[in-house]
Design a protein around this ligand. Structure first.
Ligand SMILES: CC(C)(COP(=O)(O)OP(=O)(O)OC[C@H]1O[C@@H](n2cnc3c(N)ncnc32)[C@H](O)[C@@H]1OP(=O)(O)O)[C@@H](O)C(=O)NCCC(=O)NCCS
Length: 160
């Protein structure tokens, strides 16, 4: 468990933030946040998650998701709206990166490229992608085209 201070949450000067392993009873809050955030709702197993709490209240989450090809993905990074823009996602990501082997992969919409580059991730070409991420990339690209989305899906990797 890690504790740190987060400055600037509205109405609170300095708020204690706790990062802890998820428990079975966190699943409803995790599923709700993932659904409202409109990110991938598959593969949500509480055992893999870290949860951020502010004043005992669920505030965000993230996980390391294993794939059948042996690769690991940084996934389900999400923060409840009132707590965004305060560095909470960065704390969750740094915490998970501290536990993860390299290379570590992620997939995200193209608007988040700059966000993940701050942590050292770089965009991969199709040729470089491991099988699990290539499958996901092709499926997502087809769906985004079908629904005429402006953004694309990116596969990114952290190698060191
Ligand atoms: C994306 C998300 C997790 C960011 O959470 P957050 O707690 O607001 O992020 P942080 O405050 O830790 O931001 C860390 C840094 O990234 C930057 N950043 C935040 N959102 C960004 C975005 N959409 N694009 C580019 N940079 C971004 C911040 O400005 C900050 O930069 P700084 O360190 O130079 O100040 C949050 O907006 C969210 O939950 N979105 C919905 C779910 C989602 O899209 N998750 C990503 C799945 S791939």
């Amino acid at each position: 468990m890690a504790r740190f201070w987060l400055a600037g949450v509205e109405g609170v000067d300095m708020t204690v933030v706790t990062l802890r392993p998820a428990r079975p009873e966190d699943m409803a809050a995790i599923r709700g946040l993932i659904r409202r955030s409109r990110i991938n709702p598959t593969g949500l197993k509480w055992e893999r998650f870290v949860v951020a709490e502010i004043g005992g209240q669920f505030a965000g989450c993230g996980q390391l998701k294993p794939h059948s090809d042996g690769t690991l993905e940084l996934a389900s990074i999400a923060v409840e709206t009132p707590f965004r823009g305060q560095g909470l996602a960065a704390e969750i990501i740094h915490h998970l990166l501290g536990q993860a082997p390299r290379p570590l992969y992620l997939n995200c919409r193209s608007g988040l490229q700059g966000f993940y580059e701050k942590f050292g991730f770089r965009v991969m070409s199709v040729d470089e992608m491991p099988a699990s991420q290539k499958r996901l990339f092709r499926l997502a690209r087809a769906l985004m085209k079908l629904f005429a989305q402006k953004e694309t899906l990116l596969i990114m990797a952290l190698e060191t």
